[in-house]
Design a protein. Structure first.
Ligand SMILES: O=C(CO)[C@H](O)[C@H](O)COP(=O)(O)O
Length: 207
């Protein structure tokens, strides 16, 4: 199972520090949406140049202009970009067109989608590499949030999926057991006092 580190920070400098600490333990370095909004495409280039051996994931959360937004992120150095599952099919298809031109990939983020298994199948039929079963930071803070629903949706989808929703050392094994191809961990790593140790502990839990 791949481990993806979501760097939800606001400066390229902070992201480079986080990436340097966690890189030995993770497969995918994700530039979180706030980082890309704060620093722009240059942050993607900086992370790819510092870690050419890692898969660089730009969490664009694209909702429109799929081909254009994906194209500029791939040109900047991204290997994977996200498009929202709530976007129209043509937006997903546009991003897939850009991905094919660059030899890169598209992930469809199902944050906020009601019927995640059904939209997951549609996204993969449109050419997405995989989908992200995702409960965002706000949803995680709501009363009654549980990871179980996400994991059940992943199992039901029948297509390749990642899981993101506050995964940590204690819960990541459940994501692996659900059949997820990738576990996404953000706050459990970047919020830890020892970033390298936190990434290593999550890796060890799914080794
Ligand atoms: O995309 C995101 C929020 O929209 C986060 O990067 C994702 O949820 C992973 O972070 P965490 O493990 O803290 O949930």
């Amino acid at each position: 199972m791949q481990l993806q580190f979501a760097m939800d920070t606001l400066t390229t400098e902070a992201a480079l520090t986080l990436a340097a600490a966690a890189a030995p333990h993770v497969d995918i370095l994700e530039l979180g949406t706030p980082l890309i909004k704060s620093e722009g495409l240059s942050a993607i280039t900086a992370i790819k140049q510092a870690h050419p051996d890692k898969i660089v994931f730009a969490d664009l959360k694209t909702m429109d202009a799929g081909e254009l937004e994906a194209d500029i992120a791939f040109t900047a150095g991204a290997d994977l970009v996200t498009v929202l599952g709530t976007a129209g099919d043509s937006t997903i298809a546009g991003a897939v067109t850009a991905a094919k031109r660059h030899g890169k990939g598209v992930v469809v983020d199902l944050i906020g989608v009601q019927d995640k298994p059904a939209r997951a199948r549609e996204a993969v039929a449109l050419g997405a590499d995989f989908v992200e079963m995702h409960a965002g930071l706000d949803e995680q803070a709501e009363d009654g949030f549980t990871l179980d629903t996400l994991l059940r949706d992943g199992e039901a989808a029948g297509v390749p999926f990642s899981v993101a929703g506050g995964l940590n050392e204690s819960t990541v094994a459940a994501a692996q057991a659900s059949g997820a191809r990738t576990a996404v961990a953000g706050s459990a790593i970047y919020g830890a006092p020892d970033v390298a140790a936190a990434a290593a502990a999550i890796r060890a839990a799914i080794a």
